[in-house]
Design a protein around this ligand. Structure first.
Ligand SMILES: [Zn+2]
Ligand SMILES: [Zn+2]
Length: 144
């Protein structure tokens, strides 16, 4: 049982790590699933399903799919982030943490789910791992 639990946990950790690692890292020859351009050298998101997208492509898509009420919010986050990034060289600590907060807000809009695979990839995987574990527990009980 302990072993199964550890496996489930480390798989989830791995997924989380993939999520964080994917953002902004220059890795391989992955291509953007929207425009088929190479991800290398651009700001991009890589989802646990291995779909990768340019940040700009995700934003373009978000503009099309976001509920009308949320669009102005996204646009103002984008705008503030752009302004901050433009003067990135002389950012003080406060501006830097402001930039991070904005970036996180942006992540919430475009980095939460893979637009091709639908919603809550990680949650779905997590659930199936737990139910396997439940099944194993039952099997264990039955063996007595
Ligand atoms: Zn693209
Ligand atoms: Zn995907």
């Amino acid at each position: 049982m302990q072993h199964l639990l550890e496996t489930a946990e480390s798989t989830l950790q791995e997924l989380e790590a993939m999520k964080t690692r994917g953002y902004g890292t220059l890795t391989n020859h992955e291509r953007c699933s929207f425009c088929d351009g190479t991800l290398l050298g651009n700001q991009f998101y890589l989802f646990p399903c291995a779909h990768g997208f340019h940040t700009v492509c995700l934003l373009r898509e978000a503009h099309k799919t976001l509920p009308i009420g949320q669009l102005p919010v996204l646009k103002s986050v984008e705008e503030s982030l752009k302004l901050l990034t433009m003067k990135v060289k002389d950012l003080d600590t406060r501006a830097r943490s402001q930039q991070e907060a904005l970036q996180q807000e942006l992540d919430g809009f475009i980095g939460a789910d893979c637009p091709l695979c639908g919603y809550a990839m990680i949650n779905l995987i997590g659930k199936s791992l737990i139910s396997n574990e439940e099944m194993a527990k039952d099997a264990f009980k039955w063996s007595f």
